[in-house]
Ligand binder design. Structure first.
Ligand code: HEC
Ligand code: HEC
Ligand code: HEC
Ligand code: HEC
Ligand code: HEC
Length: 454
């Protein structure tokens, strides 16, 4: 009798200890998640929206609700990634793998490639409420390539302890409040072992990590509000804005600029050196980050003489290795698109396709296995010099200008503009991506002056 009692206590003790650990170790993550569940394991975002109305409306206009349906995602996946995966063994995994981040529910349901967005299936939910709120942790040393563990069901994991809901259980989670949570999808390694997205890694090396300012603090700012329409007002409620490169108000002013000439009074036939300081005071990681293979951030400096004549000033070279990729040029690049799409006569596309050649471009170039620039991050075998602007970093660029003999005497205005484009124009036009994706956005503008004397 006593022995039986002892054994049952022992067993329940063992059971008490182990299920959690066994779950944590054996729970599938990353590629192992493919086909481990069904669509119906997850609730639709509209259901959450009946009570969490504001969060729903915010999420609906953020990119994570469109991560499967957004035009450029659809084009890149179906026109480039899927055909490439079907003929190149090395990248075969991306046919399923893109979906581990872009439509996790379809990936877990094993529905790959998922139906086209126009078929209006549940794949269209993208990174939904129920995906993020049932993620429990990640497997491995570093969060990347959708290596999250996930436990869909009645329990919704959130930041607070003990909240009551009529629809579901709630459980406090430390993990959802970490940057590693975001990093499971915002860090990506290509099949060639190259970090092709490293937003969380960039953050972890920068000043905001030391100060404990997380992704959530800048992309989900806290406000006094209701968590659901049926609950009381609370403090520090995480707004689900997720505003990034697709939000002009997030981009605007992300980098500050000031500039000055070395001399205020310059003689015709003489030379002036303009210095421009660019201070990244707003971004918690590098700018550009994330899809850096297709983002462009460039500095244009123009001078206007007293009669209004305009002069474009090319940036001074600094002489570092790989600098040619940081100075705008229309040499041909992206030749791998021709191989992927079976276009034998394809010569490539203009590399930068910016209004001027000779401007500084703050970027990290991605190279295909043949060493040519690529916008296919999964086809990236190496990268060039990283010349993006880090968090709180200030870069200085100079422009040495030999004044032309016919410049009008008087005051010369010098204007520096920092602009941003999400997708290289030549690439977007070739692949028929809607023009809004290639629109130029002003990040900042500043000006200075000097006087020309005869
Ligand atoms: C399950 C994967 C996943 C998780 C987890 C995740 N994201 Fe995302 N996120 C994505 C995908 C995929 C996109 C790209 C959407 C698209 O196709 O443009 C994205 C886009 C974004 C964007 C928009 C960028 C732009 O270009 O405008 C922001 C901001 C963002 N995520 C922030 C976060 C933050 C902050 C966290 C953590 C609290 C997080 N994400 C967690 C997958 C994820
Ligand atoms: C019938 C209304 C209702 C529906 C539907 C609903 N919730 Fe809730 N939820 C609540 C209420 C009420 C709370 C507690 C709010 C409070 O106390 O301020 C809550 C709390 C939460 C929390 C805990 C927040 C924290 O701070 O820890 C999470 C996470 C959550 N809900 C996610 C979801 C998700 C995801 C869905 C859809 C799958 C959903 N909810 C659907 C009413 C609802
Ligand atoms: C990309 C992942 C992601 C998505 C998508 C997402 N959430 Fe959240 N949610 C979070 C994170 C992270 C927090 C906690 C933020 C923090 O720690 O500052 C949170 C917090 C919450 C909270 C608690 C707010 C508080 O202040 O206590 C609720 C409720 C919630 N989310 C519901 C939803 C609903 C409903 C949706 C869909 C409309 C949704 N979430 C979509 C990541 C996400
Ligand atoms: C100090 C505030 C701050 C922090 C912390 C921060 N971000 Fe950002 N993030 C920004 C700003 C500002 C932008 C807009 C400029 C840009 O696109 O780089 C941005 C842009 C983004 C973009 C779009 C990048 C692109 O170029 O397409 C993504 C994705 C993103 N953030 C995710 C994250 C994730 C994930 C974390 C945490 C690891 C994080 N952010 C931490 C401020 C922040
Ligand atoms: C590890 C997670 C992950 C994987 C795997 C992944 N992506 Fe993404 N993808 C993201 C995130 C996060 C962003 C948003 C980054 C940003 O805004 O800078 C993104 C952005 C994009 C964008 C740009 C969206 C825009 O609006 O500018 C496209 C297109 C895209 N992904 C296509 C793909 C394709 C095709 C694949 C497979 C070959 C793939 N992705 C694999 C996480 C992933």
């Amino acid at each position: 009798m006593f022995r039986r009692y002892f054994l049952s206590v022992l067993f329940s003790f063992i059971f008490y200890l182990f299920p959690v650990q066994v779950h944590a170790q054996e729970a599938p993550a990353g590629d192992e998640l493919l086909g481990t569940g069904k669509y119906s394991d997850f609730e639709k975002p509209e259901v959450c929206g009946t009570c969490h109305m504001d969060f729903y409306r915010q999420w609906e206009q953020a990119m994570m609700s469109q991560s499967y349906t957004h035009h450029w995602d659809e084009i890149e996946y179906f026109k480039l990634a899927v055909p490439h995966a079907e003929k190149n063994e090395k990248v075969a995994g991306v046919k399923a793998g893109c979906n581990g981040c872009h439509t996790p529910v379809a990936f877990i349901a094993g529905d790959v490639p998922p139906p086209l967005p126009s078929e209006n299936t549940r794949a269209n939910e993208g990174v939904s409420c129920d995906v993020c709120h049932t993620i429990t942790g990640f497997k491995g040393e570093v969060p990347f390539n959708f290596n999250y563990t996930i436990n869909p069901g009645k329990v919704k994991y959130g930041p607070r302890e003990g909240l009551q809901s009529p629809h579901h259980e709630t459980k406090q989670s430390d993990f959802i409040q970490t940057t590693e949570f975001c990093g499971t999808c915002h860090n990506e390694k290509s099949p060639y072992g190259v970090w092709v997205k490293a937003t969380q890694l960039e953050w972890s090396e920068g000043p905001y990590a030391k100060e404990g300012v997380r992704c959530q603090d800048c992309h989900m700012p806290k406000a006094t509000a209701r968590i659901s329409k049926v609950s009381e007002v609370r403090e520090g409620v995480s707004q689900h804005l997720f505003h990034g490169a697709h939000s002009p108000s997030k981009l605007r002013g992300a980098v500050e600029i000031r500039l000055h000439p070395d001399e205020r009074v310059v003689e015709i036939d003489d030379m002036v050196v303009i210095s421009v300081q660019l201070f990244n005071h707003k971004v918690g990681h590098k700018i550009p980050s994330g899809s850096a293979e297709e983002r462009q951030l460039w500095l244009t400096v123009m001078a206007y003489d007293s009669e209004g004549k305009a002069y474009h000033l090319p940036v001074d070279k600094k002489g570092f290795e790989g600098e040619e990729y940081t100075i705008s040029s229309n040499t041909l690049a992206y030749q791998d698109i021709g191989e992927i799409m079976d276009l034998p006569d394809f010569k490539g596309l203009a590399r930068d396709d910016l209004p001027y050649e000779g401007d500084r471009v703050f970027r990290l170039p991605y190279f295909d296995p043949k060493g040519r620039m690529t916008i296919a991050q999964w086809h990236t075998a190496s990268q060039g010099t990283d010349y993006r602007i880090g968090p709180r970093e200030t870069k200085i660029e100079t422009f040495t200008w030999e004044l032309p003999a016919d410049i009008a005497p008087g005051k010369v205005r010098v204007v520096a503009e920092l602009n941003y484009r999400k997708l290289v124009k030549s690439v977007g036009e070739f692949l028929e991506v809607p023009a809004e994706e290639m629109k130029t956005q002003l990040i900042n503008r500043s000006e200075t002056w000097f006087t020309v004397e005869e």
